[in-house]
Design a binder for this molecule. Sequence first.
Ligand code: AMP
Length: 424
Amino acid sequence: MNIHIPRGTQDILPGEVEKWQLIEKKARELCEKFQYKEIRTPIFEHTELFLRSVGDTTDIVQKEMYTFQDKGDRSLTLRPEGTASTVRSFVENKMFGYADQPVKLFYMGPMFRYERPQAGRYRQFVQFGVEALGSADPAIDAEVIALAMSIYQSLGLKQLKLIVNSLGDKESRQAHKDALINHFKPRIEEFCSDCQNRLEKNPMRILDCKKDREHELMKSAPSILDFLNEDSKKYFDKVQKYLTDLDIKFEVDPNLVRGLDYYNHTAFEIMSESEGFGAITTLCGGGRYNGLVEELGGPETPGIGFAFSVERFIAALGAEKIDLQMDEGIDCYLVSLGEEAKDYTVGLLHKLRREGFSAERDYLDRKIKTQFKAADRLKAKYVAVLGEDELKANKINLKSMETGEQKEVPLDSFVEEFKSIVKH
Ligand code: AMP
C-alpha cells in the first residue's frame, strides 16, 4: 500500500515554493525596516504553556492540540501558535531587562492544529507573526497593524479590509462579562454544549462560536464598546487616530473577539474582500495581550502582536489574480556534444557557478536539440555550445537567447568573457 500525506498537510513543490520564499523575503525585509528581530523557538513546548496562555476554554486548547507524552512521560504539545512560545522565551531569557525597549520580535514557522481541514484551514500551516513587548503606547498598536498591512501590500494585495475592536481592560471586560452572562443565561440551553460550559467562565467565547453563530441572542448581545471605561476608551480612540494618521482605512466591529483568551484592548483582523476568496476570509489576526507576561511568570509587561498564515496569503494572491513574476531564468546553459566536450563542461559549469552565475548542463546524454529545449524550459539567457571541433580549436559558441546573436569566445577565458558580457 502506498503511503499518503497526512490529512490537512501539504507538500510545497518547486514552482510553488518560490511564492513562499518571496512572502518570507518581503516579510523579513519589512521587519528589518520596522526593526523587528527574528526569534526561533522550539516546535514543541510543555502543554502547560498553552493551557495557561491560550486559555483552557478556547477551541485550540479544548479540541485542536497535538499533545503527546514523550518517553520521559512529560506532556508536550506541538505549538498551535507562536505568541505563547515567544512570551515564554521573553520571560526565560529576561528580555524585559534589555536596554532597548520595547522588544520587537518576529517568527516564522509551522504551527499545528487538529482542525477540520478545508480550503484555507490546515492541520500544519506556516505562521508569520510579530510581537512587541514592553510598551503600552497605542502608537505601537498602530505600528503593528501598519506592518501587517505593508507586508500584504508589498506583494500587490488590494482587496483588504481591516477590522478593529477594543476588548477593554480588565475592569471593562468584567463589566461586559457580567452583562453577557445575564444576556445568555436565561436561554443557554438553546446553545451548544461548548457555549453552555463557557457561560460562567468565559462568556465572550460564546460570541466566537462557530455552531451558534445565527442564534438571535448573538445579534442582540451586549457590545463591549458600551462597557469600556474611560482609560480603555481613550486608548482605543488613540489607536484609531494613529491609524487614520497613517492613512490606514479600518472599520470598527464590536463583535470581533478573536479565538484566544489572552487579548485585551486592541483586537484586529485583516480580511480578504476578493470575490474569489473562499468562505474563510480572515487573513491575519492580532491584538494586545497585557497581562500575558505576568501569567507566564515575568514582570508586568504590556504586549501586542499578530500572526498570519502563508497559506492564506497565497490564497489571497490567487483570488486577486496576482501573478508573481518569480521565475527569472538561469544565466547560462551549457550544451555539449561528444564525450570530451561533455567532460569539459563539468568543470566549466562549476566555474560559472563559483562566479555567481546560475548555470546548468545536461546530465542525460541528450541530443543537441533536446538540450536546447531544456535550456528553453529553464529560461536560459545564454546558451554556450561546445562540440568536439570547438574544443580542439579552443572556442565555445555563445548565443544570446534574447537577441539570437551568436559569438565565438575563447574557451580558456570563457568565464571572464561571460562576466564582461552579462555584467550581473
Ligand atoms: P489565530 O492564531 O487563530 O489568531 O490565527 C491567526 C492567523 O493564522 C489566521 O488569520 C490565519 O491566517 C492563520 N491560521 C489559523 N489557523 C489556520 C489553519 N488551520 N490553517 C491555515 N491558516 C491558519
